[in-house]
Design a protein around this ligand. Sequence first.
Ligand code: B1M
Length: 213
Amino acid sequence: MLDDVLDKIYESILDGDAPGASEGVQEALDLGGDPSVILNQGMIEAMGEVGALYEAQEIFVPEMLIAARAMKAGLTILRPKLVEGGVEPIGKVILGTVQGDLHDIGKNLVGMMMEGKGFEVIDLGTDVPHAKFVEAIREHQPEILGMSALLTTTMTSMKTVIEALKEAGLREQVKVMIGGAPVTGAFAESVGADRFSPDASAAANDALALMQM
Ligand code: B1M
């Protein structure tokens, strides 16, 4: 029964059916579905398929966009369950997608999972210029900076931000975490980040680990 509903969520996202995705998520929760199973099996897998179809030129940007809207509609319902259990903030995170990059679904998930672990997350949004990251770190004094990039053409901005932090004399006071589909551990090391996390759940755990360092 739950599997049928997960299939329905998957299909709704592929079809760009936002009301269907929201209903499906609600139904899955009502059936006692684990929020992370709903997220991973119903939703993230669907976005993976959307990417594969786009790559195969079977769908184009408009379809990708409406699929993303359906994913976001489902996430609005799932969000409270993902962040449930948050207690006193255990640390502050500045989060954003780097300059030139408008992808925010993964970054938003990372933010939600971090909130679920008890972090206060200040989300700067997408297409964030390096100066804005620097300004936000100076203003909010977070323990962690998290940057996301989904394009091979924008991931290099992560290095620009880290260099700008060094120039501003702020690099030593903040741990830098990076992620996003094209980002790897080797890339993180090459740009001088403290941590690469492959997914939102790992990112939240890694943020906790970085707080101990
Ligand atoms: Co775009 N897009 N897109 N897109 N898009 C990709 C990324 C692409 C791989 C598709 C493809 O070709 N198969 C490709 C990039 C190719 C490349 O760079 N090599 C691509 C392209 C080319 C483009 C455009 C250039 C298309 C065009 O206009 N011609 C354009 C660029 C716009 C821009 O940013 N300037 C574009 C536009 C768009 C839409 C606006 C239509 C839409 C985004 C909507 C939105 O985000 N609000 C979109 C979408 C939806 C995708 C795909 C299909 C799905 C991305 C997604 O949301 N995945 C994507 C294909 C794919 O990834 N399979 C694609 C689900 C999400 C949960 O995963 O974001 O990877 P992800 O996040 C994961 C992890 O990576 C990690 O945790 C998350 C959760 O587990 N993570 C972190 C992410 N950030 C992290 C930060 C961390 C730690 C972990 O620490 C801080």
